[in-house]
Design a protein around this ligand. Structure first.
Ligand code: PLP
Length: 402
């Protein structure tokens, strides 16, 4: 076994797993053994994929849409994506700048593989979506975390950001609304990031997968700021917007100089994205949007429910997220590390959550819960968490059963 391990390439040591996927696997195994588990760990809408999208996939299959497509995607889908993103950023997008991928995660990987090498630095928010830092270190570049400010609804710490930008900064990753905190980049932060990217001649990877779920104000893409479209890689996909997590359909809008490189990465890794899934994606963009609007309304109601419920539990403080479908309550007053707390809640209450520390060092003291679950289940989870913590509070210590 030692010998086998030593055969792994050195770069594999930089590539981490993902907390959400690992806890989901554990919670699902417990469920398979008969435990009643409420899943508040994995960020996927609990709604079914809208029927007209499913029908489009079935029709495409029956119509023989089962062969390879051009590597960057079918022209019809690239055009529809270009139009949709163009409306979002308020300026023209050429279909030739769009590359369709098997899931949005692949965009981050392809962009980083295309751009980064040892010596380069990449700025990202901590706490943040953990795969960014993992992918950066896989390329041999340096991941440079910037703090968020919990007291300001997890806005970017602009002082810390300014201090971290350097001539080596090659890429700045932004994600707004954000996973795991639900924070957003406000106008001042967008301006600061744009100015820094221009100064350092860096690209911005703008993860806009939750752009459709910003609650109190309208979404602004950093690509819409002057001079930013030519240095912004927009990452997005169908997983969250259309409840299509298992379909694996994502895309990017690239500065023209990156299209060829990312297309070659697609050719060398997956050839093209699943053909009938691309046709389903076209139906998603061109068809009725009522199902997405209904989902967004449901998330808005659930946000109120979970924030209120968490704040009524002793030792838990939860701000109201500004977007996405996650809450990131401060649980530091409970006096237990977030990893142990998540393990305790899974074992004792049957509620799966993710420790804040899975999202970076600054996530310690917090827990991530998704409200992509029914109001009924959220209510049950809140009752179970409250009761599990109530039973041990005062006893001094919470110990997960081993
Ligand atoms: N970006 C963020 C911020 C996410 O939270 C996720 C999924 O959790 C993704 C990207 C990945 O999306 P996909 O399922 O399309 O790969």
């Amino acid at each position: 076994m030692d010998k086998q391990d030593s055969l792994l390439a050195e770069r594999m040591s930089g590539l981490a797993g993902e907390g959400a996927m690992e806890i989901f696997a554990k919670a699902s195994a417990m469920q398979a053994e008969g435990r009643d588990i409420i899943h508040l760990e994995i960020g996927e809408p609990d709604f079914p994929t809208p029927d007209h999208i499913v029908q489009a996939a079935v029709a495409a299959l029956r119509d023989g849409k089962t062969r390879y497509t051009p590597a960057p995607g079918i022209p019809q889908l690239r055009k529809a994506i270009a139009e949709s993103v163009s409306a979002r950023i308020g300026s023209p997008v050429d279909a030739g700048q769009v590359v369709v991928t098997p899931g949005a995660k692949a965009v981050a990987f392809f962009a980083m593989l295309a751009l980064l090498e040892p010596g380069d630095e990449v700025i990202y928010a901590d706490p943040g979506f953990p795969v960014y830092a993992s992918m950066v270190s896989f390329t041999g570049a340096r991941a440079v975390p910037v703090r968020l400010v919990p007291q300001r609804q997890f806005g970017l710490d602009l002082q810390d950001f300014a201090a971290k930008v350097s001539p080596q900064t090659k890429l700045i990753v932004v994600n707004s609304p954000q996973n795991p905190t639900g924070g957003i980049l406000d106008g001042e932060a967008l301006q600061a990031v744009a100015a820094a990217a221009c100064r350092s001649n860096a690209y911005v990877l703008s993860d806009e997968i939750y752009h459709w779920l910003q609650y109190d104000d309208s979404f602004v893409s950093i690509a819409s700021l002057p001079g930013m479209q030519e240095r912004t890689i927009i990452l997005d996909g169908f997983s969250k917007t259309y409840a299509m997590t298992g379909w694996r359909l994502g895309y990017c809008v690239l500065p023209p100089d990156l299209v060829d490189a990312v297309t070659r990465l697609v050719i060398n890794s997956n050839s093209c994205t699943c053909t009938f899934v691309q046709w389903a994606g076209l139906a998603a963009l061109e068809g009725p949007q009522e199902a997405c609007e209904a989902m967004a309304l449901a998330f808005r109601r659930r946000r109120e429910l979970i924030v209120k419920g968490l704040n009524s539990i002793d030792g838990v403080r939860c701000g109201r997220p500004r977007g996405a479908f996650y809450v990131f309550p401060d649980v530091s007053a409970l006096g237990i590390r977030s990893r142990e707390l998540a393990a305790f809640l899974l074992e004792t209450a049957g509620v799966a959550t993710i420790p804040g520390s899975a999202f970076g060092v600054n996530g310690e003291g917090f827990l991530r819960l998704t409200y992509a679950n029914s109001e009924h289940n959220i209510q049950r989870a809140l009752e179970r968490i409250s009761s599990a913590l109530g039973q041990v509070r005062g006893a001094g210590e919470i110990r997960p059963r081993r």
